[in-house]
Structure formats: C-alpha cells, structure tokens
Design a protein around this ligand. Structure first.
Ligand code: GTP
Ligand code: MG
Length: 370
C-alpha cells in the first residue's frame, strides 16, 4: 500500500514530529521520524488530533498516484522519439503521415495496417519513431493546458506552393512555447509552382533560420504525393532525437497520456494511450483522469494484441470503466482501492464543476432577460 513518513504527516497536520510520534505511541506504534506509516494509520492520527482529513487525505491520495518517483539513472534506456506533425490546413500533414506509414509498411514490416489509432510507430534503420496524429492545434493546446507533454519533436509542414500561413505561425508558436525542437518539412515540392526558397525566407520572419541560410533549423524538402524525401526526413528525426538523448525507465509502473478515447459499440470504452515512462502490462490497474480500470487487452498500431507496452509506444487499451478525455494523464497504480478512490473523487469533482458551470450559465441567462 501507499505510505507517508512521520515527518511528512507532521507537516501536513501542522504538528511537530514529536507530537505525532507520541500519538503513534498511544496507538502502540513505536515510530521514528523517517518511518513510513500507512494512510489508515495517518488518518487515525489526524483524527486523534481532532483534524478532519477526509478531503485532505483524498487530495493526498491523488498526489500519491500522480507523484513521479525519481528514476535511477542506471535504469534509464534510450526510447523512441515522439513526433507530432503540425502545419497549416491542407499543407499535407495527413498525406505525409500516411506516406511515411505506407513507405514503412511496404519496406517490409509484417502485417498490414488494420486500423488507425491516432498514433503509430515506424522503424528506420532499426530505430523506432512514434508519430502522433494531432487532429488540430486545439487538441495540442488542450493537452498542453493539462500539463501533458507528449511531443519530443515537431514536424512543421509547409506547402512549398503556398508558403507560411496563419496556422503555420500558430504551430511555430505552439512548438516554441512547449520548447519542442522543430524540423521543417517543405512539402509538395513535386508541384511546378513549388518555391522552397520562398518558404525558407518567410520562415526567417518567425525566428526559424534554416541551415542553408546560416541558421540551425533543419529543413527537408519532401513530397508526400510523389514520395520524395521521406527517408531523409526520418533520418533527420533520428538525428535530432539522438542529440536530445531521450530516455525512459521501462522498469517502473507505466505513466502516459490519453491521445484519444471513445465508446466503442462492441468493445466498450477504448482509449489510445501513449506510454511515456515505465511499462504498461495487461492486467495493470490504471487511472486516467476520472476513469479507472484494469487493462483487459492491449492492441498496438498494427492491430496486434500485445501483452506489454514500453516507453514511447502507443496502444489501444480495453477494460476501462468509462471514457477518459484526450490529454488525461494515465498512471498504473498498484493499489486498486486507491485507484478507485481517486477516480471516484475526480468524477465527483467533475460533476460538481459541471453543475457549477450550468448554474452560472442559467444565472447569466436570467440576467440577460431582465
Ligand atoms: P488538414 O488536415 O485539412 O489540415 O489538411 P492536411 O494538412 O492534413 O493536408 P492533406 O494531407 O489532407 O492534403 C491536402 C491536399 O494536398 C490533398 O489534396 C493532398 O492530396 C494534397 N497534397 C498533400 N501532399 C502533397 C504533395 O506532396 N504534393 C501534391 N501535389 N499534393 C499534395
Ligand atoms: Mg489532415
């Protein structure tokens, strides 16, 4: 189970450690200042002091499941980069994702693509890259607002016949705010009207100076349609990933982010989760936002059933009690009771907030009509 040290408990209760130790002694527990006590004991001690802790403890429990224990550097291993494709409408984000995926499949991976789960992994020269399909900047912003950082590298797609457009600038700003390195993919170079040099020049107005203009931003000319430059783009992604030494610890409970989720008619709640640290196993108890569950089955991006998912792997998860929201942080929790309590508490809070919001709206409506 989960525990708290005597020292931490004393701080939370605004008592001295000596006072807490004394109360513990009264309960027949001989404890030192650094000793860990379980939450039932902690609650008991709090009530001994006459402190109402139900809510406080609930909040603490939430903090407990969300806490990120420090990883032992010796356990850290290189993980694949997680890449997001951004850019102006119609500049070829989806085409590029599809082209990369298809190229990769025809390059010899066993098993065809059977479904689209909003994220997938490709392999290039024996190294994996994870692509996350952000349906729009709104989703990216929502994830960021929730503190979910999923992207290691942003691919900025700019159509060579259209140049830098408003949503290109938006994407640049998002990536910069999130402190994510940008690789520019100058797309549609197969078009006779393509003008890659003009794109490069326009980018300089937004502090993106590409290498052949003396800057340090990598720009790759590509054509999603004619399949030009795709290998080069993958090469550059791996290069940037190597520079950033992306690592994770596979030997700990999983932690990740919900990419998308829906209620499937036959399968129930289904969530696509990107595992970011640790390893997720079938059978694990998880909490994602206000939803808890036990992982009944996992399906990878190739439609295969898998028993475990390593860091930077996107998987579909079955077995949740409800549908979480995109951007929700998912954690594997060893203590099922704790998982249930936290999810329940969040659900309640969500309900209260929704009630408050609708009450506010009706009040506003009321005043509007007066
Ligand atoms: P939204 O999701 O609507 O923002 O668009 P998108 O950025 O995903 O663009 P999408 O991949 O849907 O491509 C838009 C159009 O550009 C389609 O008609 C594609 O066929 C075309 N297109 C994409 N890439 C290329 C390319 O490399 N060359 C040419 N000639 N056309 C392309
Ligand atoms: Mg698209």
């Amino acid at each position: 189970g989960e525990t708290i040290t005597v020292q931490e408990l004393a701080e939370k209760l605004k008592k001295t450690a000596a006072e807490v130790i004394k109360k513990l002694l009264g309960l027949g527990i001989l404890a030192t200042i650094n000793q860990e006590v379980d939450f039932d004991t902690a609650t008991l001690i709090a009530s001994e002091f006459g402190i109402e802790t139900e809510l406080k403890v609930a909040v603490d429990k939430e903090a407990m499941i969300m806490a990120e224990p420090e990883d032992d550097p010796a356990q850290m291993v290189i993980r694949p980069p997680v890449v997001t494709i951004m850019g102006h409408v119609d500049h070829g984000k989806t085409s590029l994702l599809d082209a990369i995926r298809e190229t990769n499949v025809t390059a010899g991976e066993a098993g065809g693509i059977t479904q689209h789960i909003g994220a997938y992994q490709v392999e290039h020269n024996g190294k994996k890259i994870t692509f996350v399909d952000t349906p729009g900047h709104a989703a990216f912003t929502a994830m960021r607002a929730r503190g979910a950082k999923i992207t290691d590298i942003a691919i900025l797609v700019v159509a060579a016949d259209d140049g830098v457009m408003p949503q290109t600038v938006e994407a640049i700003n998002h990536a910069k705010a999130a402190d994510v390195p940008i690789i520019v993919a100058i797309n549609k170079i197969d078009k006779p009207t393509a003008n890659p040099e003009k794109v490069k020049q326009e980018l300089t107005h937004h502090d993106l100076v590409v290498e052949d203009w003396g800057g340090d931003v990598i720009a790759v000319p590509v054509s999603a349609k004619a399949r030009i430059g795709l290998e080069n783009l993958l090469e550059m992604i791996l290069l940037v990933a190597e520079v950033h030494e992306l690592k994770a610890n596979p030997n700990r409970p999983a932690r990740g982010t919900v990419i998308e989720a829906e209620l499937d008619k036959g399968r129930g709640p289904v969530a696509t989760v990107l595992v970011q640290n640790g390893t997720l196993h079938v059978g694990d108890t998880i909490v994602a936002g206000h939803v808890m569950g036990r992982v009944r089955a996992m399906i990878d991006d190739k439609g295969r059933r898998v028993k475990k998912a390593l860091p930077s792997t996107p998987v579909e998860i079955l077995g949740l009690s409800d549908v979480p929201e995109a951007g929700d942080i998912m954690v594997a929790v060893e203590d099922e009771k704790l998982a249930r309590e936290v999810a329940e508490k969040r659900k309640q809070r969500k309900k209260e907030e929704a009630l408050k919001a609708s009450a506010k709206i009706s009040l506003d409506d009321l005043f509007k009509h007066i």
